[in-house]
Design a protein around this ligand. Structure first.
Ligand SMILES: [Zn+2]
Ligand SMILES: [Zn+2]
Length: 190
């Protein structure tokens, strides 16, 4: 009878140690899964945020230091993903192109113009002189035609002067309705 009791207590002790071992195995297994899961997450996150593959490799190596590695990685990881950086760069380029296009606008009516237009097709403002020899459009500051290497007359250089002259001839044609207001001698003064 005593032997039987001893036997049963030994069996229960055996069961207990058996279940403790099982619980410990499960805990170790979960710890390993969690450790590898964290390393996998760090690797995936680093690949999305870091362009340099060597840096990604060393980050993954660091993340394999159990639990401490991923925690060390967190404050150093780039805040933006590579996709976000790329899309921001594309947006910036589109903005720059828009700005460049805005600069190619008629100074009078703001219509869109090509860089080689001589005149604005919308409001008929003269934008450039044509070369006297090859008819290429010339920039106002140019002293020589870059297409045929002919000298540009100084009178052709000053676009403002040319526009003023044009306005004066228009005023003469319209006879008494000057486009540019001019001081008229008053009757009282005469
Ligand atoms: Zn215009
Ligand atoms: Zn020319």
């Amino acid at each position: 009878m005593i032997d039987l009791q001893l036997f049963s207590s030994v069996t229960s002790f055996h069961d207990l140690s058996h279940s403790t071992a099982f619980a410990r195995n499960v805990a170790v297994f979960l710890a390993i899964v969690f450790w590898l899961g964290l390393a996998y997450w760090v690797n995936r996150d680093a690949r999305r945020r870091v362009g340099d593959p060597i840096l990604v490799f060393f980050t993954t190596l660091l993340s394999l230091v159990p639990y401490i590695g991923p925690v060390v990685y967190l404050p150093f990881r780039p805040s933006e993903t590579l996709d976000a950086v790329r899309s921001r760069r594309i947006e910036l380029r589109a903005l720059e192109q828009q700005l460049a296009r805005a600069q190619l606008a008629c100074p009078v009516c703001r219509s869109w113009i090509e860089p080689d237009y001589l005149a604005c097709p919308v409001c008929a403002t003269m934008l450039r002189q044509a070369c006297a020899r090859c008819n290429a459009p010339l920039e106002p500051r140019w002293r020589m035609c870059p297409f045929c290497a002919s000298q540009i007359e100084p009178s052709e250089l000053d676009l403002d002067a040319a526009l003023m002259a044009k306005a004066k001839t228009l005023a003469l044609v319209n006879d008494g309705i000057p486009l540019v207001p001019q001081a008229e001698p008053r009757a009282a003064d005469a």
